[in-house]
Write a protein that binds this ligand. Structure first.
Ligand SMILES: [Zn+2]
Length: 415
């Protein structure tokens, strides 16, 4: 890529720091809590922003108050998709906030408010990057698609999943500006893969009796306790990561071990999330229900995990279970262009080595991968500040990520 052009972009991003701050602040000031999920106002704002910079924009929706805004830079064959979601989780109890969650206040190098980290900061970076690149003079050789979606916080069925199922967006690869920073390690990563999940609901039956004579009943809670013990055995199952991500897994093992989460790299993990049983202290409970979240590392599948559940529960009597969610783990090859570009531009912009990681949780990147589009997450904000009160994003990181996205978009448009 033309060095002169790269320098020009870097200068432009630095010169527009104030614009970036004010853009992020403005996005925070437009509430888009989900639930309820109505993002009409913020979607109109981003639509207008993209129209004003003179690029072509389309709005597509399955549900009217949840529009998807799509903008196009360059022309020709679609290459990169740059994606962000404009909804946020609810602000929650105001008493836990030191200031109005929709203030977008700027204090000591940070911008505060619901969505600052997840992910209005990332959306601001995408928007300003699109503006900066649209004003550069060069001959585009491909088309970059900007996709701003609703509904991410409640499963994406009216946003990204709907767009992908109906083939309404095209591209060879995708970068999502979700927050990928870690405050404890003061570092950023590129998420190249993520675990899958199997959620199950277990029903255990017993026999009611008077609490004074428990021997006459069959306590469903005690039986559920046995079920829990059986399920926790799944924590011990280890799976070998696939050959092409082995190096990534080994590279991040020391970092994950500092965080105490290294088992997420190659083990199933089991969380007993809900237990419901009993009606009264002096009655032997006749039913007990559990909801269990089992996370699935790369190297195995959701289907295989269900088989393991079947295996450990097969000898337990009076137990029924149903699978309530099943998502396969997914990853993008570390050799994919989008991984390499994201690592290169982010490392240069942050002046610090950014590494590829496998996320413990799931994200929209998995939906892209399952639709055949290699995808990564890279964006401003620390995990520790996501979905909590006093959410914030560091201005320095915002500027660096805006530079990384501008140069990544430019690279795809010119090569
Ligand atoms: Zn998010």
């Amino acid at each position: 890529m033309n060095e002169g052009l790269i320098e020009k972009v870097r200068k432009e991003v630095k010169a527009r720091e104030e614009e970036l701050i004010s853009l992020c602040s403005q996005l925070i000031k437009i509430p888009s809590e989900n639930p309820p999920g109505d993002v009409s106002n913020i979607a109109s704002f981003v639509e207008e922003f993209l129209k004003e910079i003179g690029i072509s924009v389309e709005v597509k929706y399955k549900v009217r108050e949840k529009p998807n805004v799509i903008g196009y830079l360059g022309r020709g064959t679609p290459s990169l998709i740059v994606c962000g979601h404009v909804d946020t989780v609810p602000a929650g109890d105001r008493r836990h906030w030191e200031r109005d969650p929709f203030s977008g206040d700027v204090i000591n190098g940070w911008i505060y408010g619901r969505g600052a980290a997840d992910m209005k900061g990332g959306v601001a970076c995408i928007l300003l990057a699109a503006k900066i690149i649209s004003q550069m003079e060069f001959e585009p050789r491909s088309k970059v698609t900007i996709v701003l979606v609703p509904d991410e916080e409640t499963g994406s069925k009216d946003g990204l999943l709907w767009l992908l199922e109906n083939k309404l967006i095209k591209g060879k690869e995708c970068a999502i500006a979700e927050p990928t920073g870690n405050a404890a390690l003061e570092s950023y990563s590129v998420d190249i893969g993520e675990r899958g999940a199997v959620w199950i609901r277990v029903k255990v039956k017993g026999k009611a009796a008077h609490g004074s004579m428990p021997m006459l009943g069959d306590n469903a809670i005690l039986k559920a306790y046995k079920v829990i013990e059986k399920l926790l055995v799944l924590n011990e199952l280890r799976f070998e990561p696939p050959a092409d991500v082995k190096e990534v897994v080994e590279n991040i093992r020391p970092m994950y071990s500092i965080l105490g989460i290294e088992r997420t790299l190659d083990h199933l993990t089991v969380n007993i999330g809900i237990i419901r049983g009993g009606t009264k202290v002096n009655i032997v409970p006749d039913t007990c229900e559990l909801e269990v979240d089992i996370r699935v590392p790369v190297g195995t599948t959701a289907e295989n995990t269900v088989k393991e559940v079947e295996r450990v529960l097969k000898d337990v009597k009076d137990v029924e279970y149903e699978v309530i969610a099943m998502i396969d783990p997914s990853y993008t090859s570390p050799r994919a262009r989008v991984v390499q570009e994201a690592i290169k531009w982010a490392s240069e912009a942050l002046s610090k080595k950014v590494v590829g990681v496998i996320m413990p949780a799931t994200s929209d990147a998995g939906h892209f991968r399952r639709a055949g589009i290699p995808a990564i997450n890279l964006g401003p904000g620390y995990h520790e500040h996501v979905h909590v009160s006093n959410e914030k994003v560091k201005i320095e990181d915002l500027v660096a990520m805006c530079e990384a996205y501008s140069l990544m978009i430019l690279s795809y448009l010119t090569e």
